[in-house]
Design a protein around this ligand. Structure first.
Ligand SMILES: CC(C)(COP(=O)(O)OP(=O)(O)OC[C@H]1O[C@@H](n2cnc3c(N)ncnc32)[C@H](O)[C@@H]1OP(=O)(O)O)[C@@H](O)C(=O)NCCC(=O)NCCS
Length: 329
């Protein structure tokens, strides 16, 4: 399934000049230095053969409009879209993520790029993800994970690309890091929820895939209770945990008691509130409630009780909280 031809040439640029690479990519040199240090000369992985890519993108739930862009920017040998520094970053980003195969921490695959510069720039981390599909499905197989779980998990790529398109591309900088969890075998979609491996707790994530009914949540938790001991027997989980805007108790002031969000929140014992570093809950609530980060409050839709709550709360000068909680397995 892999083509030698599609493999980008390995890091000549780095031996030349990190400063030059950074300035050509339009990103801070610290970011390039970071990639260089983490990836070192570790092995990369080839992209799938271009002829196989449409079927793979389809399996990854990538919608036709996104798939067309990805195919148009494909890093063919000699493609004028791919400058040496873009090829270097693609190659080293794959190596960086691959080096942490099996990891489950937050990992940036590289700097946020000026994506408006074209399809290679826009989808560089998608090509990296595609190169890692073979690597991570191999890891899944080594752990006895069923193909169906692998593919539904990895198909979060298509969901995130569609959301990013809806967000006029505002959403991608977070998503490019988020998707390294999938590419390293750190997260598994089991029914309604995504389950991230961790220390003593399985961290829960809620994809944008319809209502969060208590029944669907219960079924997903049950699935996880058997999945992790079976496939990761060396890991011991004693709790489910979650960090989310969904756990902000202020939502109780606005949402009906039988709403799915309130019922989800009731499962958790909250940790004391601490302002999270590098994360603004007001921005996150806008991301998940409106799929925009920049629309002025007055222009946001007021279609649902949640949307009205978000806007009214912020207009009253109040703030939303990103809360963490857990409950025993
Ligand atoms: C989590 C999620 C599935 C909950 O949706 P749900 O099951 O419909 O939730 P509830 O039953 O509690 O909804 C209560 C009200 O809020 C509205 N609502 C819920 N989530 C909403 C959202 N993301 N955007 C706009 N309105 C939303 C519902 O439509 C309902 O309002 P209505 O009665 O006026 O129609 C949904 O918010 C979602 O898809 N979010 C995106 C993913 C996400 O936030 N993940 C967590 C990241 S940390």
């Amino acid at each position: 399934m892999c083509s030698e031809e599609a493999a980008p040439p390995v890091g000549r640029v780095v031996r030349v000049d990190l400063d030059d690479t950074a300035s050509r990519l339009g990103v801070p040199v610290e970011d390039i230095d970071h990639v260089h240090r983490l990836a070192g000369d570790r092995p990369s992985a080839p992209l799938p053969a271009k002829a196989d890519a449409p079927a793979i993108l389809d399996q990854l739930a990538v919608r036709p409009d996104d798939a067309a862009e990805i195919m148009a920017g494909w890093p063919d040998t000699g493609s004028p879209l791919w400058t040496p520094e873009l090829r270097w970053l693609l190659d080293r980003s794959i190596a960086l993520v691959r080096a942490d195969l099996g990891g489950h921490g937050w990992l940036s695959p590289g700097p946020a790029l000026p994506r408006e510069r074209g399809p290679a720039w826009r989808h560089l981390y998608v090509y990296a993800y595609l190169a890692l599909v073979d690597v991570v499905t191999g890891y899944h197989r080594d752990h006895g994970v069923a193909d169906a779980v692998s593919w539904v998990t990895l198909a979060d790529l298509g969901r995130n690309l569609a959301i990013d398109r809806r967000m006029h591309r505002e959403g991608w900088p977070v998503m490019q890091s988020w998707l390294t969890l999938h590419a390293r075998g750190g997260i598994y979609e089991l029914g309604r929820l995504q389950h991230q491996r961790g220390g003593s707790a399985i961290d829960l994530h809620i994809p944008d895939s319809g209502p969060l009914t208590p029944e669907a949540v219960a079924a997903s938790l049950d699935e996880a209770r058997t999945f992790f001991p079976r496939h990761f027997p060396d890991e011991r989980y004693t709790a489910f945990s979650c960090g989310s805007w969904l756990l902000d108790p202020q939502l109780l002031e606005y949402l009906p008691a039988d709403s799915n969000i309130v019922q989800f929140q009731r499962r958790f014992e909250l940790e004391p509130y601490e302002e999270p570093e590098g994360l603004d809950a007001d921005v996150e609530v806008l991301r998940f409630g409106f799929r925009t980060l920049t629309t002025p409050l007055d222009q946001l839709p007021r279609r649902t009780v949640l949307q009205r709550a978000i806007v009214d709360h912020l207009k009253a000068g109040r703030h939303w909280q990103w809360r963490r909680g857990r409950f025993p397995i």
